[in-house]
Structures are given as C-alpha cells and as structure tokens.
Design a protein around this ligand. Structure first.
Ligand code: B12
Ligand code: SF4
Length: 476
C-alpha cells in the first residue's frame, strides 16, 4: 500500500500509437490528457487531494494499472470514458479495479459517456456514478457529497444507481463562466508538455490550450454533446495571465490552440491574434490552430503570421460537393485555392484534413477529393476514415446509410469501421491511400516536407519517408 494520502485518482487506460494512428503510427504522438487536467485543477482548488495517473503512454496491461491505482487506497477513482475508441478498455479497467477492491467508488465521465450514459452504465455495473457534460463543478460536488454522507439527488447532471435502478438527475453540465475556472496546477504540468513527432526537435516544448468552448456549426460527423453550440470565450485577461505563467515557468516554444474554430467571430479572432502577437514578441513562441476556410479573408494570413502563427489547419473533409452536403459542411470549394493563397503567401503553412467513407461516398466522390488535393496548394494533408461516434448525426442514421464493422476500439479514423451503401471496404482503403499518394507525390510537397524537417531532422525525414513509401505505395 502506498503511503500517500489521496482522496481521488483521475485516470485513463493505456493505448499504443498503433491503436490511435494506425498506418501512420510513426508520425503519431501522445497528447496530454487535457480533459483530466481540467478536473485536476478544480478538485485541487477545492482542497480535495487528487492524483492524476494517465497510463496512455505506459503500455502496461490493465491488471497492472488497476493494481497500481488500488495501491494508493483512494476512496474514489475517476476513469475517463472519453474517446469512443478507448471506451471499452476504460470499462475493463473499471472491472479490474472493482475486482481488487469493491469499496472504491468509481466515477466516470467524458465525451463518449455523455453521449450514451444509460447504455454505458448498463454495460458496466461496476460504475457507481456518471457525470454528464463538463464536469469541473459536478465532480467536486459528487466527491464532497459522498465524503459527507449526503444525497446525490441534489447534484445536477449526474447518473447513479439506487439498487438496480438508474437515476438520472437534470441535464448535462455546462460551465457558464469559464473564466471562473482555476488554472491547471502548474507544479504538475511538466509531465504533460509534449512534442508532436512530426515537428519533433529536442528543445521543442508544446502545450495545448483552448480560448473558447462550444461551436455554432453542426457537422454531421461531430459529437457536440459535451461542448454544445453555445460559445463561451475565455477573457483576454485570463488567457494573458495563463500564457505569462506558462511561458515564464516552462519556456513554451509552441502553443497548439485547440479551439474547434479560432475564427468564430471576426472581432474575437482579431482580439486573440493581438494578444498572441504581444506574447509572441515577448516570449518568442510560435502557435498553430484550426480555422474554417470560409472565414479566411485577404488579410487573415498576415494577421496570423504577425502574431506568431506558423501552422493553420483547414477541416476540408472532401473535394465533393455531394459529400460536403452529407457532412453539413458549408464550404465553397471554388474559393479554396484563393483562401489557401491568402494564408500561405503570408508564410503560414496550411494543412488540410479530409474524411473518407461518409454516407454516399463512391469512386467518383473519392476522385473529386484526389483532384482537390492535387490542385490545392496545401503543405500537409491528413485523411481519416469516417469513424461514427455516438452523439453525432451520422451515428444516429447509420442503419439507413450503411453498416458498421468492428468494435469501438477501431473508431480512431485510421481503419474502415463504416461501409456506406455506396462503397466497399476495398474501395475505401484504396481511396485512402490514393488521396495520400496523389498529394505526397507532388514535387512541391516533397520539397516543402523536406524543408520542414530541416537538416537536423534529416534522419527522421528519411525514416518517415521510407515507412510512408513502404506502407502507402509498396505494400498492397
Ligand atoms: C483538444 C482536442 C484534442 C486534443 C486533446 C485531447 C484530450 N485529451 O482531450 C488532441 C489533439 C490530443 C486530440 C486528439 C484526439 N481527439 Co480530440 N478533441 C479535442 C477537442 C477539439 C477539444 C477538447 C477540449 O479541449 N475540450 C474542452 C474540455 C473542457 O472538454 P472535454 O475535454 O470534453 O472534458 C470535459 C468533459 O468531457 C468531462 N470529462 C472528460 N473526461 C472525463 C473523465 C471523468 C472521469 C469525468 C468525471 C469527466 C470527464 O469533463 C471535462 C471537463 O469539463 C474535442 C472537440 C469536442 N467537441 O470535445 C475533440 C474530441 C474530444 N476529439 C475527438 C477524437 C476522435 C480525437 C482522436 C481520437 C482523433 C484521432 N483519431 O487521433 C484523438 C485521440 C488522442 C488521444 N487519445 O488523446 C472526438 C471524440 C469523439 C469520441 N466520442 O471519441 C472529439 C469530441 C471531436 C469530435 N468532434 O468528434 N483531441
Ligand atoms: S467539425 Fe468543427 S466546425 Fe464542425 S461542428 Fe464540429 S467543431 Fe464545429
């Protein structure tokens, strides 16, 4: 038994880069568990002794993880049932914990759980309490209420058992004022700084942050259950203090702004860029972000560049208008080359992210995507197989549009898990490789990729290049 006084442990199960990135595992990296970090700060702020044990990169087996968790003898263990592809592993971990010590109260939450709470509670009788939606405030209430022997019925947005019956209280939790949330516990942050493999340099220190929660759009593949449509901005002053602390204490060299869309309104976009420009000049970090191509204007690239942004990612999804309609993505493909130019000509790299295999996808729509990647001046592309996740519109309409194959563990976007009525698995797999081949055979792209790695990254460029050629071109 560990001699540490811990009330609650926050955790998520292990997975490999192969699990998460499939054929592109050599480019993959482990992201920090930002979902659990939000909870860690709220719990610690409320003087609840908390430990975060993220097993993602440890690759230990579940029994080992459960024994390690139980050895701290906590009263509560909170397990993330967050990403669909990891959800079954989370439930297995919970059962291993309960087998070792049935006295521990198991709390769960996360995106996947919030989308299908009753089903998950029924599937795993070892879960005691589930929290729906954004859990910073509710998890503190659950722990304090149970510690004081109080009644859970007073807490909004939770689900628990009374005997064999499930009791669900209220609606999903949503933090109305995100500026009241405490900063992440800085003494624990070092462990979570990371270097995405593709840009790996020994001295690179990345950190993920968000500047707003919520997105007003309704793409059919996207699960909006937790963050919802209501946008809640972090105040500029809050972000300014956060960046100062991170940069002073941890010498961050790159911020990944993980907002779902940094350009929700023009006014806000300019405010954020102004803040980042001041901080970029002071601390010399760069940053990257996702941005909707339709919100790009002639001066967007310059604004981004001047404020330190060096990478912008467009969620383009498809080169086919028909598929864009299926995804409810309102994007003018004819304007795209010009939008790319606005950004690239200012010195900011542009990546495009594509989905293959949505309802109605066929050889014709795939070749339209191939044409788009050939003719558009992008620096990097990512292609994902559509992985229907509970909570998304596509998931609700599965039966009429195609069929699912495989279990949840393969819903990472790197395997075919949904076959639309209009295609076969083989066509989708061939299309996936063909989109990559069409793009990475362009001499301009090979040259730019080489330049991005630089001379110091030459060994990695050669290694990744070899793996890419073998997996995407040579291997059938
Ligand atoms: C930033 C982000 C990332 C970051 C950070 C990931 C992370 N650990 O959170 C990175 C870039 C690493 C990432 C990677 C991936 N992501 Co991502 N990501 C996001 C994004 C855009 C914002 C998340 C965020 O910061 N939210 C703000 C915080 C406040 O919300 P939150 O993270 O959901 O956490 C709250 C609640 O969910 C809940 N909660 C969460 N965990 C737990 C655990 C417990 C015990 C409890 C009680 C509560 C609880 O409380 C939290 C605090 O309020 C969301 C979009 C979205 N709509 O959520 C997608 C999203 C979460 N990602 C998604 C996916 C699919 C992925 C990938 C699998 C993609 C891929 N194939 O590689 C990988 C998984 C990598 C991994 N294993 O870490 C999907 C998940 C859908 C699903 N059901 O699986 C989302 C929802 C996008 C979507 N539109 O569908 N992602
Ligand atoms: S995919 Fe992006 S733009 Fe579309 S609904 Fe989801 S977060 Fe919003």
């Amino acid at each position: 038994m560990k001699n540490e006084n811990v009330d609650i442990i926050l955790t998520s199960p292990p997975f490999s880069l192969k699990d998460d990135f499939g054929l592109l595992d050599f480019m993959g990296y482990y992201g920090p568990p930002t979902n659990l970090m939000y909870l860690l700060s709220s719990l610690e702020h409320s003087k609840i002794k908390t430990k975060l044990l993220d097993f993602s990169r440890e690759m230990k087996n579940l029994k080992y993880c459960a024994e390690y968790l139980v050895s701290f003898n906590p009263r509560f263990i909170a397990v993330a049932v967050h990403f669909t592809f990891l959800s079954e592993r989370s439930l297995q971990l919970i059962s291993c914990i309960k087998e070792l010590n049935s006295e521990i109260t198991i709390i769960v939450g996360g995106v996947h759980f919030t989308a299908v709470p009753e089903e998950t509670m029924e599937q795993c009788p070892d879960i005691d309490v589930g929290i729906l939606g954004e859990a910073e405030e509710a998890i503190v209430k659950v722990v304090k209420t149970l510690q004081a022997g109080g009644n859970l019925k007073e807490i909004n947005g939770i689900i628990f058992r009374v005997g064999k019956t499930l009791v669900k209280i209220g609606t999903n939790n949503m933090v109305e004022n995100v500026n009241q949330l405490p900063f992440p516990p800085l003494d624990k942050i070092e462990y979570f700084l990371h270097s995405p493999a593709i840009y790996k340099k020994k001295d690179d220190i990345h950190l993920l942050i968000v500047t707003a929660r919520g997105c007003p759009f309704h793409c059919t593949f996207c699960d909006r259950t937790v963050l919802g449509s209501k946008i809640r901005f972090y105040e500029i002053d809050y972000l300014s203090r956060l960046i100062d602390i991170f940069c002073t204490n941890y010498k961050i060299t790159c911020f990944e702004i993980n907002d779902e869309n940094i350009c929700i309104t023009k006014k806000r976009f300019r405010e954020i860029c102004k803040l980042l420009k001041d901080k970029h000049q002071k601390y010399n970090f760069t940053w990257k972000c996702s941005i909707r191509a339709d919100s790009v204007e002639p001066d967007t690239g310059k604004i981004l560049y001047d404020s330190g942004c060096r990478d912008a990612i467009f969620g383009l999804e498809s080169g086919s208008k028909k598929m864009l309609m299926a995804y409810n993505k309102k994007l003018d493909l004819d304007e795209l080359p010009q939008k790319c130019k606005y950004i690239r000509s200012a010195g900011v790299r542009v990546s495009g992210s594509f989905i293959i295999g949505g309802p109605g996808e066929n050889e014709e729509t795939i070749s339209e995507t191939i044409n788009l990647v050939k003719k558009t001046d992008l620096d990097v592309i990512f292609v994902w197989f559509l992985a229907p996740v509970p909570g998304s519109v596509i998931h609700k309409n599965l039966e009429s549009t195609g069929k699912l194959i495989g279990d949840f563990s393969k819903r990472t976007g790197h395997y075919v898990t949904f076959i639309p009525n209009s295609s076969t698995k083989e066509q989708l797999e061939a299309g996936y490789k063909n989109i990559y081949r069409a793009f990475y055979s362009k001499p301009s792209v090979v040259y730019r990729t080489f330049k991005r790695y630089g001379l110091s990254g030459l060994p990695m460029f050669i290694k990744n290049g070899f793996l890419y050629v073998y997996r995407f071109i040579i291997k059938p």
